[in-house]
Design a binder for this molecule. Structure first.
Ligand code: FAD
Ligand code: NAD
Length: 470
């Protein structure tokens, strides 16, 4: 069977469904191909949403525990794993249903099956049994086929070695878990399993957790994690794994690394790689770089003029909000709108306890680039709202251009940092300077005030701290 369409979208994740919906809203006949029987991609099905549902429950457990010191004592939680799993799955299913509904309302034709290019204007779709079901002839295409977890070379398959998808499936609460990779996935999943009762150890190749974020932002997370977890080994790597009856024996190499240790399970969270090798891109003449990413210009165009690419498959940062932003651009360019990737900042959030969020330039980048900058750091120990939450460990940092005063970057660590960072992204996009934020009335008492206080520090008008006379 042959299907003719104006716009083919390959992949139904946040990049793909956003692109499909936008192109349909702008009047195109759109066909969306997804290999799994639901829309939502990694983010909705095995990423952002299930992880955040579990992280919410982790936070409830931590807060209940910490309440004891404030005179409200709860009993130890009883974990009904199957109910917790069901709740997480219900959240996902609700959103799956919502997406299917949104596709239907827009008359986006969704074809479930695995797509491979056969030429620069055709895609072959096979069903789950591998038999060819449809050939799609398209005028223009948007590739949004995402990414998958990196595997460590030479590691044998064993159910006790988990990737993020297996970890989110929450098969059991193991007694001990080694997290390989102290990046976002590693630290978020460590938080979930620790709250549920697992003893956590983390091994990270570089010299800090969440590499890429400024060290001062990561410090409060590291401090809490060091208290809660059995061990955090930095500058360390796994050199051998051996499967034993009692668990997985892991050998480590690095500064301070212990002798081989045995863990019930191991989570490998060492990054993700693009799915470009699964699409037969050569048949369409689409180029990839040495890491498998599809190079695109600011209009999301690949080297083939009528084929676009978006999301994880075009490169870092691999984030859902970057994928959907790019999806809109590709759709709008196809529909003749004057769109291009012009975002100045893409926020990043680790939904750990405490949350760590940053956007724009980091301080490390400004130093490397030799940019002259001013810094305002407001410690949450001086925030009334933070103290009412029992959280004095956070901080809000603003970075501005010394010459123009414009906001260049921001970092926040503490509960709800992921919500608070959005104000700073808007400030940067609007070309605001620190004074603009300092002169904006923020509600009291609120964590959002800490953004204003950090701006007041740069502005020299802070009264909530005494910084002495210059
Ligand atoms: P994907 O979501 O990967 O979607 C690609 C789709 O294409 C998939 O549905 C796939 O089945 C389909 N596909 C692939 N090949 C084919 C083919 N040949 N034929 C048909 N269909 C195909 N990001 C955030 O911003 N915030 C978070 O909190 C966050 N948490 C995460 C937690 C975890 C555990 C993980 C793993 C990721 C998380 N991410 C988060 C990252 C986020 O999930 C990705 O950046 C995002 O899903 C990328 O969207 P995408 O549309 O590019 O690709
Ligand atoms: P990551 O790149 O964030 O972290 C991987 C970590 O593993 C790095 O710290 C790296 O130094 C370390 N590492 C690499 N090889 C190692 C080795 N052999 N031994 C020990 N450590 C090693 O990747 P991730 O955590 O797997 O996440 C993948 C992607 O998913 C990221 O790009 C991220 O943007 C996205 N994601 C985002 C969120 C969020 O936005 N909250 C949550 C989860 C995932």
């Amino acid at each position: 069977m042959t299907v003719q369409t104006e716009v083919l979208v390959l992949g139904g994740g946040p990049g793909g469904y956003t692109a499909a919906f936008r192109a349909a809203d702008l009047g195109k006949k759109v066909t969306l191909v997804e290999r799994y029987p639901v829309l939502g991609g990694v983010c909705l099905n095995v990423g952002c949403i299930p992880s955040k549902a579990l992280l919410h429950m982790a936070q409830v457990i931590y807060e209940a525990r910490e309440s004891a010191a404030r005179g409200v004592v709860f009993a130890d939680p009883e974990i009904d794993l199957s109910k917790l799993r069901q709740w997480k799955e219900r959240v996902v299913k609700t959103l799956n249903k919502g997406l299917a509904g949104l596709a239907g309302q827009r008359k986006v034709e969704v074809i479930y099956g695995t797509g491979r290019f056969t030429a620069s204007n055709t895609l072959e779709v096979t069903d789950e049994n591998g038999s060819q079901t449809k050939t799609i002839q398209f005028e223009q295409a948007i590739i949004a086929a995402g990414s998958r977890p990196v595997k460590l070379p030479g590691w044998p398959e064993d159910p006790r070695i988990m990737d993020s998808t297996a970890a989110l499936a929450l098969e059991e609460v193991p007694e001990s878990l080694l997290v390989v990779g102290g990046g976002v996935i590693g630290m978020e999943m460590a938080c979930v399993y620790h709250a549920l009762g697992t003893k956590i150890s983390v091994v990270e190749l570089t010299d800090q957790l969440l590499p890429g974020a400024d060290p001062d932002l990561v410090k409060p997370l590291h401090q809490i994690a060091s208290k809660r977890y059995e061990a955090i080994w930095l500058n360390t790597k796994v050199t051998a794994v051996e499967f034993q009856k009692k668990g997985v024996k892991v050998s480590l190499e690095g500064k301070g690394a212990p002798d081989a240790q045995v863990f019930d399970r191991v989570l490998v969270a060492v990054g993700r790689r693009p799915n470009s090798d699964l699409l037969n891109l050569e048949a369409a003449g689409i180029a990839t770089d040495e890491r498998g990413f599809i190079p695109v210009d600011d209009k999301q165009r690949t080297n083939i003029p009528h084929i676009y690419a978006i999301g994880d498959i075009v490169g870092n940062p691999m984030l859902a909000h970057k994928a959907s932003y790019e999806g809109k651009i590709a759709a709008e360019v196809i529909c003749g709108e004057p769109a291009a990737f012009q975002a100045l900042a893409i926020p990043a959030v680790a939904y750990t306890d405490p949350e760590v969020a940053w956007m724009g330039k980091t301080e490390m980048e400004l130093k490397q680039e030799g940019v002259e900058y001013e810094k305002g750091v407001f410690p949450w120990a001086a925030s009334g709202r933070a103290l009412t939450l029992g959280r004095r460990d956070g901080m809000t940092k603003l970075l501005s251009d010394k010459k123009t005063g414009r906001i260049l970057g921001a970092g926040i660590v503490g509960p709800h940092a992921g919500e608070l960072i959005a104000e700073t992204v808007l400030a940067l996009e609007m070309g605001a300077d620190a004074e603009d934020i300092a002169l904006t009335i923020h509600p009291h008492p609120s964590l959002s005030e800490t953004v204003m206080f950090a701006a007041e520090i740069i502005d020299g008008s802070i009264t909530d701290l005494y910084l002495g006379k210059n």
